[in-house]
Design a protein around this ligand. Sequence first.
Ligand SMILES: Cc1ncc(COP(=O)(O)O)c(C=O)c1O
Length: 365
Amino acid sequence: MNANIGAPTADIAALLANYSLPKPLGFGVELAPIMFRADYRDGAWEAGQLVPFAPIAINPAATCVQFGQQCFEGMKAYRVAQNEPHLFRPESNYARFGRSAARLSMPAPTPELFGKAISQLCGAFQKFVPGDSGQSLYLRPTLLGLDHTFAVKASETYCFLLLASPSDAYYGKPISIMVEREHSRAAMGGTGAEKVGGNYAGSLLATRKSIDAGFDQPLWLDAASHTVIEELSGMNFMAVIDGALHTPSLSGTILPGVTRDSLLKLAASMGLKTVERTMLIADLLTDVKSGACSELFACGTAAIISPIAAIGEADGNRLSLPKENPVTTKLKTALLDIQEGRAEHAFSWTAKASDEQALINRLKS
Ligand SMILES: Cc1ncc(COP(=O)(O)O)c(C=O)c1O
């Protein structure tokens, strides 16, 4: 274990001594028996520490409960070549966590606190980070407003938690998506570009509608005109059109995904043309019909890439995509090879999870 980490407290050591990974693990189902917690009060973050995983006491009138004053992140530690867990572009998740916190008028954890939480948890839990290709320790930094008040105002006390879930590869079958023409996920000036709980709550009814219509998930359009493609509820959207990789530009209403950005950079490095643009849904459907659009997929940390097999409407009408998806497959393999440390590459995207100081330096960069 890295010298920076410090020995886990007796409670934590005893908990881990008695812990074993269930089989099968599933994705995001099993919760690690430890978590990191730090509280914010009187204008400063306390040092924080690893604690046993347990439900926490929250005042039912707290701002996180009543007003959704909370945000979170989703990132993974991969056990690279069977050795120590490595993170993928953690500075991007930290920066986004900071933007989400700021958008809801919350204090973000400092780089020192965030780095300490991740390195301590990954260090203590290291031997339980599953090591088969595709498996990972899914990490969920979470920030909650704790003050109780029925007046709409920002809390002055907060709780930062780092939760973890040892996970199998996310084996989703290709998904089908329904163009959502009634509801909106996000509007300009709202919180669509941040990772805050309310965005997800607001997407659930449309998910239900899409399932009732025979699809898996809605595809969101812009709130103003309902003509421009945005993203899925928890993944960004990409299309292979005439051999090039197209994706909606970051309009301010979609989440700037780390996977999206990585795939764009990776695709360009592989000689694939990449296009970030305003994508009209009408044009896309025409391109799918004509065959100009040969592949659609969604991308995000959990699944990396989910191929899209069909796209359709609330009345059940759908267009199918070809079964072969060579570009999607090539990109997914190339990205996972980097994340799991198999591939030589020009990006400095991976970082040892347990090296606290190096991680903090990275988060500050
Ligand atoms: C709404 C939304 N879009 C896109 C993404 C993909 O982001 P990332 O690649 O950083 O996981 C996520 C997942 O975090 C998401 O919740």
